[in-house]
Design a protein around this ligand. Structure first.
Ligand SMILES: [Zn+2]
Length: 291
């Protein structure tokens, strides 16, 4: 790209006044192929107008997750939660991204106790006092996606074991987010998460992970939550990704329901928890866009 051409990012600015220095830094950044290090491609870089779009989607997504907190109580079924979240998102002019995604039949994921992720809302799944449930919602608005999930304790009280798993999993997400820095590697997130999980006697699901998000629901890089530091894709300002550790009280192995093709459970039946935020890599660290 020539100095006086319009920048590839779509800002409308001349290249020399926009991403020229950034590209030079990116090209010169030393990559170690033995550590599977790679540079991000340009389409993963978001500019100001993209960030604004993601934030608008995030406001609605956050509203839907807040609404779940009001509705979750013993006796409520997960289809009721789904329908309320769907109605909330649609009434704000947005779209629940999970609906029809690769054939997923509902608008949100509801994952109870030993369900790791991708639980399908159903009239048959009634919540019981002491259950722990993850609600995962993604909202898209005007082509921008915001993705977050939270844990909820049904009835407010559960066992000490379940409470600790929920609380520690949140800390694991937070240390992962702290490790997400510009001009460092995505593997740093997994290294931080894995270390804290093991220190608490938990295991980390590695069959599934986080992902780039923003202009699409799922983009590179894959975000592992248990891997060596200094590996994988280089993180640079403008990248948007999810940090969403899935933490099991027992072993890490999971299985997918052969009948519905979606519901992922722990193989040993142990409890699993997950928290998720969408973050933006900035010049100095990162900023949470959706939580
Ligand atoms: Zn640019």
């Amino acid at each position: 790209m020539k100095r006086n051409e319009n920048c590839w990012c779509g800002s409308g600015k001349k290249y020399k006044k926009c991403h020229m220095d950034f590209d030079a830094k990116l090209d010169e950044f030393k990559i170690d192929l033995n550590k599977n290090q790679i540079r991000p491609l340009h389409h993963l870089i978001n500019i100001e107008k993209d960030i604004e779009g993601i934030k608008k989607a995030a406001v609605i997504n956050t509203g839907a997750l807040n609404l779940m907190a009001e509705l979750i109580k013993p006796g409520v079924d997960t289809l009721t939660l789904n329908d309320a979240a769907h109605e909330f998102i649609v009434s704000h002019g947005a779209h629940p991204s999970c609906l029809d995604y690769s054939g997923f039949p509902k608008s949100i994921c509801t994952s109870i106790n030993n369900v790791v992720c991708h639980g399908i809302p159903s009239k048959k799944d009634k919540l019981h006092e002491g259950d722990i449930i993850n609600i995962d919602i993604t909202t898209d608005l005007d082509g921008y996606f915001a993705d977050a999930s939270r844990m909820y304790i049904v009835g407010g009280k559960t066992t000490l074991e379940a409470k600790k798993l929920v609380d520690v999993t949140r800390e694991i997400m937070e240390v992962g987010i702290k490790a997400a820095k510009p001009w460092h590697f995505v593997g740093d997130i997994g290294a931080a998460c894995g270390q804290l999980a093991r220190a608490n006697g938990y295991s980390v699901v590695t069959d599934l992970g986080g992902h780039g998000v923003g202009k699409k629901f799922h983009l590179d890089p894959f975000v592992s939550h248990d891997c060596p530091a200094n590996t994988g894709m280089l993180l640079v300002p403008g990248m948007v990704l999810t940090v969403e550790p899935m933490i099991n009280a027992g072993r890490k192995q999971v299985e997918t329901d052969a009948y519905d093709g979606w519901t992922v459970t722990t193989k040993d039946g142990s409890l699993s928890a997950q928290w998720e935020k969408t973050i933006l890599i900035t010049e100095t660290g990162n900023e949470v866009l959706a939580s």
